[in-house]
Design a protein around this ligand. Structure first.
Ligand code: TXE
Length: 499
């Protein structure tokens, strides 16, 4: 039995104004398991007309005013019901869906679902504790206060590497704020978002408040972002698509929040504990086969320990067990698609032609049981430098490059020498140095003697070409709100400005 046989994933897959409907043009797309290429579902593919209907439904629901005016406690209760449904009954099922859709290991999918549950609970709590601000004008007859109101109709566009998690980082604060939404998952990985919208429906989300249009970026995505009826676009994905969306949004001055990935440095000083540093660099680079926006794919290591460090790293990279995500023995899964693997392979060929030294991987696994999947071995390139494209560009695959530095100032300069600025890591045994370096790095998240961890309560987002705006934390709620200053004169009288 494939997942396509399960009722959860049976068509129809568009959710418009509280109804599950077929794509009006009859379009559909085969969804394949990256581990073996088999078709696991056939998903309705919306078109620009469906996108327009979704926006109209969200617009009408917002303008009718019921959801924005729903008491905060009731909106929070809905988020908690979604979290409970996930936690109590659907955690394993949706983790399995995420694994066959993305290729990631079941262990990773479970961590993602737990994060999603935590995010829904966090925003339920935050929105309930958030107060208006009184401003002292000096005039006792004036009540001046700053209040928050929902931003309006939000288009939420998510990528394929963390489909449910990225969409939840958007849906949970948007609903908490009182917005209505149109969700567009990646056409490559729509399954878990369809499952989530079914849970939202069961949790009692009113018609029109959440709408779902699975479909292509150039068709549905472009139609959504060009709409004059949208108030906010929140996008996570590649930088090229991000700037295309920013241009589309500029036409109607639509607000945009963009999370566009990174090329993240991991700085290792000679005084760092070696075993934990090797372990952190390995995990940071190769988790989910490097398909992580915050992957630490640039190792920048102090030259006095570099040879020994890279040897240990390459040895461990060569031992990573690559295999199907549903197989408990696999430590990392395949790349998301044959097309994406071809892109990664082109980067490996480029690295070799640029003169980098291959220390591990650099090829597909030889195991014939993996021949039908999009697998690729963890790859380590030594003796890299900033002139190389494999050091500057986001490869979004299991490719780690190694650069070397002498002094602390050189390490900082290299760490900041990137167009991106999403995340960075620092390993050192000297806390004072650690504090100096993390403050000097121009990245949205910096880990000191840790890597890759985050919490729903702390903001996430990038400097530079990694995007604009923040997700998670109070800042992630602020994205979905307008700020209004209300000046109330309680004893009006003529001001006599004009005679
Ligand atoms: O993502 P796209 P792609 C990076 C990574 C990857 C590269 C391209 O380097 O190799 O981006 O990946 C929708 N208007 N990241 O092409 O195109 C699309 O349907 C509106 C980093 O797969 O950015 C999908 O829902 N929407 C990243 C979403 O945008 C459009 C995660 C992301 O797709 C659109 C993924 C358009 N014109 C890739 N075109 C991260 N930050 O984590 C596409 N889309």
């Amino acid at each position: 039995m494939t997942l396509a046989d399960e009722p959860l994933l049976r068509a129809p897959h568009l959710y418009l104004d509280g109804e599950w409907v077929r794509a009006s043009g009859g379009g559909a797309r085969e969804i394949r398991d990256p581990a073996d290429g088999r078709v696991v579902a056939v998903v309705d593919e919306a078109d620009p007309g469906d996108a327009a209907r979704a926006v109209a439904a969200a617009r009408a629901a917002f303008d009718a005013g019921h959801w924005p005016a729903t008491p905060v406690a009731d909106r929070a209760a809905l988020l908690l019901r979604v979290a409970d449904l996930l936690d109590d009954a659907h955690r394993d099922e949706i983790a399995r869906i995420e694994t066959v859709d993305t290729g990631k290991t079941l262990r990773e999918s479970h961590i993602d679902i737990d994060d999603v549950i935590a995010v829904f609970r966090y925003y339920a709590h935050l929105v309930g504790t958030d107060a208006d601000r009184l401003v002292d004008t000096g005039d006792p007859a004036v009540i001046s206060r700053v209040v928050h109101e929902p931003a309006g109709v939000c288009v939420l566009i998510a990528p394929w590497n963390y489909p449910l998690l990225q969409m939840s980082w958007k849906i949970a604060p948007a609903l908490a704020a009182g917005c209505t939404v149109v969700a567009k998952p990646s056409e490559v990985t729509p399954l878990s978002t369809i499952a989530l919208v079914r849970l939202l429906e069961r949790a009692g989300v009113p018609a029109g408040v959440v709408n779902l249009v699975p479909g292509g970026g150039a068709t549905v995505g472009a139609a959504l972002t060009a709409s004059p009826d949208v108030d906010l676009i929140s996008f996570t994905g590649g930088a090229t698509t991000g700037s295309r969306i920013a241009r589309a949004a500029a036409e109607h001055l639509t607000r945009v929040a963009l999370e566009l990935g990174g090329k993240n440095p991991h700085l290792v000083f000679a005084d760092a504990d070696r075993d934990s540093a090797v372990d952190a660099v390995l995990t940071g680079a190769f988790l989910h086969s490097g398909q992580v926006c915050s992957a630490g794919t640039r190792l920048i290591v102090q030259d006095s320990v570099a040879d020994e460090f890279v040897a240990a790293l390459a040895e461990r990279a060569g031992r990573i067990r690559v295999g199907p995500g549903l197989d408990a023995a696999s430590e990392t899964g395949p790349l998301v698609s044959p097309e994406h693997r071809a892109k990664v392979e082109a980067y490996v060929a480029l690295g070799l032609s640029e003169g980098a030294t291959l220390r591990a991987g650099g090829r597909r696994p030889g195991d014939p049981r993996l021949a039908d999947g999009s697998f690729y071995l963890p790859t380590v390139f030594d003796h890299c430098h900033r002139g190389m494209r494999i050091v500057r560009e986001e490869t979004f695959g299991p490719i780690l490059t190694v650069e070397r530095f002498g002094t602390e100032q050189e390490a900082i300069a290299l760490g900041n020498d990137t167009d991106y600025g999403l995340a960075a890591g620092v390993r050192t045994g000297d806390p004072a140095r650690g504090e100096r370096v993390v403050r000097a790095l121009r990245h949205g998240t910096v880990w000191l003697n840790d890597f890759g961890v985050y919490t729903p309560a702390a903001e996430w987002g990038g400097f530079g070409r990694s995007g604009t705006g923040r997700e998670l934390g109070p800042g992630g709620l602020a994205e979905y709100r307008e700020t209004k200053h209300i000046w109330h004169h309680t004893a009006p009288r003529p001001g006599h400005w004009f005679a």
